[in-house]
Design a protein around this ligand. Sequence first.
Ligand code: NAP
Length: 336
Amino acid sequence: MKHVKLSQTADLMPTLGLGTWQASPEVIESTVYKALDLGYRHIDTAFNYNNEEAIGNAIKKWIDDGKGTRKDLFITTKLPHVGNRASDVKKFLDLQLKRLQMDYVDLYLIHVPFGFHCDAETLTPVVNSNGEYDLDLDTDHVSTWKVMECCQKEGLIRNLGLSNFNEAQIEKIIDESTVKPQVLQVELHAYFQQMDLRKFCSDHDIVVTAYAPLGSPGAKDHFVNKYNYSPDAFPDLLGHPEVNEIAKSHEKTPAQILLRYLVQQSVVVIPKSTSDKRLKENASLYDFELTPYEINKLKKLDRGEDGRIFNFLFWKGVENHPEYPFKFLTLAADTK
Ligand SMILES: NC(=O)c1ccc[n+]([C@@H]2O[C@H](COP(=O)([O-])OP(=O)(O)OC[C@H]3O[C@@H](n4cnc5c(N)ncnc54)[C@H](OP(=O)(O)O)[C@@H]3O)[C@@H](O)[C@H]2O)c1
């Protein structure tokens, strides 16, 4: 249960990874080093988290200190929305590998299915004078994917995947690619269990990684003044009475129950923490088991679409992109 096997390469992906969104470079460097010392072997980052260089420093130091080798680690990063086009894949991947100080990444994901035009100087999205993001309407997943396949052949990427794609978008890549998507990273927690999407992935031999597995308690502060966001969107999963009750009976914490619940179903989890205590807590998942009765109780917490936190509407105008993956959300709002 500590690993899942990826299709096509048979690489082993640790079911526990360290999330690093909202972790500043100053903090994440020592966090990653500590996490590796604690036994974490899987780190999740992205171009957009602005911390790849610090993570690279920590990993290099850990290896130079003789504590392990690059082969012991599973490093994931993501092609950003501003680079979501065939002609930019190599440019971003090269830059990311340089920042991470690595020859290859274990997993490269297209971060989101939509694309924005890129400010060449800052490598951030161009925002129009009305506050809307400058959509790249030519986003073409298949041609982007084909370049990723070439990068895999060159040895720069070991495994290929997607993030925040819907079923139809994934299916199109499956139909038109040589290397099939091996991993899908999506929002997934007890309030938003994504059962249909998980069944689809299982049918296609795609491993699912759960982001925001604790319900992303820290996101509330991050989104506080963002366009289109209400603090009501953020669930208090860790405070849920049933999660707490199950935690007590196992002498575990609510976070451990929420993570174990997913790992026990072969879902990969990538909780983020920069606290020594919580890093340790989140890694202690493999010495107990939830009963079928408890699993059933947790299954019932699913709120379906109402449990979704990350709809990306904070990027003003994103719903007008032809590849915005959750069109049904805006259509439902229009008919209210
Ligand atoms: N692909 C995507 O679009 C996407 C989107 C969002 C996230 N992600 C990835 O998924 C990772 C996880 O998602 P997330 O960071 O949004 O949410 P999360 O892991 O569900 O929650 C992280 C938050 O919970 C706190 N926390 C961690 N362990 C805890 C514990 N044991 N008890 C109580 N609080 C705890 C952390 O604070 P402390 O640091 O203070 O402990 C942090 O504020 C990200 O870091 C990122 O790598 C990907």
